[in-house]
Design a protein around this ligand. Sequence first.
Ligand SMILES: O=C(O)CCC(=O)C(=O)O
Length: 280
Amino acid sequence: MSQVAGTSWNIALLQTDIMTGEPQRNWEIMVRWMEEAVAASVKPDVIVLPEMWNTGYALSQIDQLADIDGSQTREWISAFAKQHDIHIVAGSIAENRAGKVFNTMIIFNRSGEEVGAYSKIHLFRLMEEEKYLTPGEAFLSFELDEMKAGASICYDIRFPEQARTLSLLGAKILFVAAEWPHPRLHHWRTLLMARAIENQMYVVACNRVGNTVSDSFFGHSMIIDPWGEIIAEGSEREEIVTARIDLTLVDHVRNKIQVFEDRRPELYGVGFGRVAKVYP
Ligand SMILES: O=C(O)CCC(=O)C(=O)O
């Protein structure tokens, strides 16, 4: 049974494998995982899916495989959220909008209403995303149970400006969908912890597992509290990673160490900061 809306949530991260280039099969697999998550003895308030779970990194065929306007995904996920009375941060999907393909996270509330959509703004050149995908142009802050949250996709977490901007807009929790591969596990864990500590917010990150011809994805989905403590972490296999989070902890941490009051934005940013001395 859900606790008081907006203060305490049970989270379930669906740390699944993804079949490259098989959207129908991926939907069938994902719906089984979602059904397993909602049937658990502790029913989740929020379930989170990984990045590009409809197609995987089938980039050379992505314009044919991407969901047109995300309409099929929207119909399916909205119906599931409403039927099961849960919020769904639907990872991200390849979405074809007027012939351009975006890597888009879509979020639905318990009533099945879409409360936000965010297209990845930082495309990852190491996987040639910029050759096949179009970047989004805006951050996304959204609300679930009147609690402000922010959206982030994989490579985005290397850019602290995004999470900082979202927390300045009021976000108390950052949802991250990822397909983050070996050998950069150390980066994944460190960056997620840093985003939680510096912004004094929950970071809830779902990463896929499994292999493609070129990459091996390590899972290690994580739920990190605003002190930077890891309260749940996945293995390298398919599983549902769960934890209960108390969102009132965010205000407690922000009152204890007043990072947001102590910021000096007038000194930040190249061209804005005053450099006292330059050596040599
Ligand atoms: O930044 C990284 O090391 C991984 C990023 C990534 O795999 C992605 O954005 O898809």
